[in-house]
Design a protein around this ligand. Structure first.
Ligand code: NAD
Length: 242
């Protein structure tokens, strides 16, 4: 058990990579604190974790809302006393050629994929700093390393996640906190299955990965297994271009 007595917040935990991560971290002994917008879908994940003998709790929160995040983190601290791990996973993609993309959509995609990560870290980091301990894993994308056509806002926001990880990771290192990012290639989730670009992405012959494979990377970065790793990016995209 790598995460005995640890608490782990996972955003976007109702499905896909977030759900697989919650199951993985709970399987290693962590209390999985599941964050999402709908209680019923979060509850289903909580039940699944508990059926397997793990510990979980649900917190309904739209991670775009700074005030709601503050209330949620206060509630978590009140109930669990500490936050050991934060996985910023919630994200969206909207695929529109740049020339056709309304500025409002560009802003929406950047807000959801980049600003939410900043907001969560703003609220959680003071609690980690107080205890001089913590590990944050931010989910980027292969599109952060090499911009994906028709995904300019998504790629730019995810590149922002990588740089935010590096900059803040360097700042909080003396406080005993590690922050790392994962850039997955295509992963078999609703987000990817609904993507108009999925055939294009796979056309070069690369692989489609399972959410559990990304969850393995999250476990590595969240746990002491990666004690010598800070402000780094774990690229999990096989030989895919994105
Ligand atoms: N699937 C892929 O191919 C792939 C590749 C690279 C990176 N990613 C990234 O991995 C992360 C997870 O993606 P996924 O494929 O599992 O997607 P998904 O659409 O299956 O799941 C995303 C989750 O985020 C939640 N969410 C969305 N907006 C939210 C909000 N405002 N507040 C709280 N929760 C919110 C959704 O409800 C859902 O539970 C995302 O950041 C995504 O960009 C995915």
């Amino acid at each position: 058990m790598l995460l005995e007595n640890k608490t782990a917040i996972i955003t976007g935990a109702s499905r896909g990579i977030g759900k697989a991560t919650a199951l993985k971290l709970a399987g290693e002994g962590a209390t999985a604190l599941l964050v999402g917008r709908k209680l019923d879908t979060l509850k289903a994940v909580e039940e699944e974790i508990k059926e397997k003998g793990g510990k979980a709790d649900c917190f309904v929160c739209d991670v775009r809302d700074y005030e709601k995040i503050q209330l949620m983190i206060n509630e978590i601290i009140h109930k669990y006393d500490k936050i050991d791990i934060l996985v910023n996973n919630a994200g969206i993609s909207k695929e529109i050629p740049f020339l056709e993309m309304p500025i409002e959509i560009f802003d929406e995609v950047c807000e959801m994929n980049l600003r939410t990560v900043m907001l969560m870290m703003k609220v959680v980091l003071p609690h980690m700093a107080e205890r001089k301990s913590g590990s944050i894993v931010n989910i980027g994308s292969g599109a952060a390393i090499r911009g994906l056509p028709k995904n300019s806002a998504y790629a730019a926001a995810k590149a922002g996640v990588v740089c935010l990880t590096q900059a803040v990771g360097d700042e909080v290192r003396p406080l005993g906190i590690r922050i790392n990012a994962i850039c997955p290639g295509p992963v078999d989730t609703e987000l990817f299955q609904n993507s108009a670009c999925k055939d294009f992405i796979l056309s070069a012959g690369g692989d489609l990965f399972q959410p559990e494979e990304v969850a393995n990377g999250v476990l590595f970065l969240a746990s002491d297994l990666s004690g010598c790793t800070n402000s780094q990016t774990l690229v999990m995209r096989g030989f895919n271009r994105w």
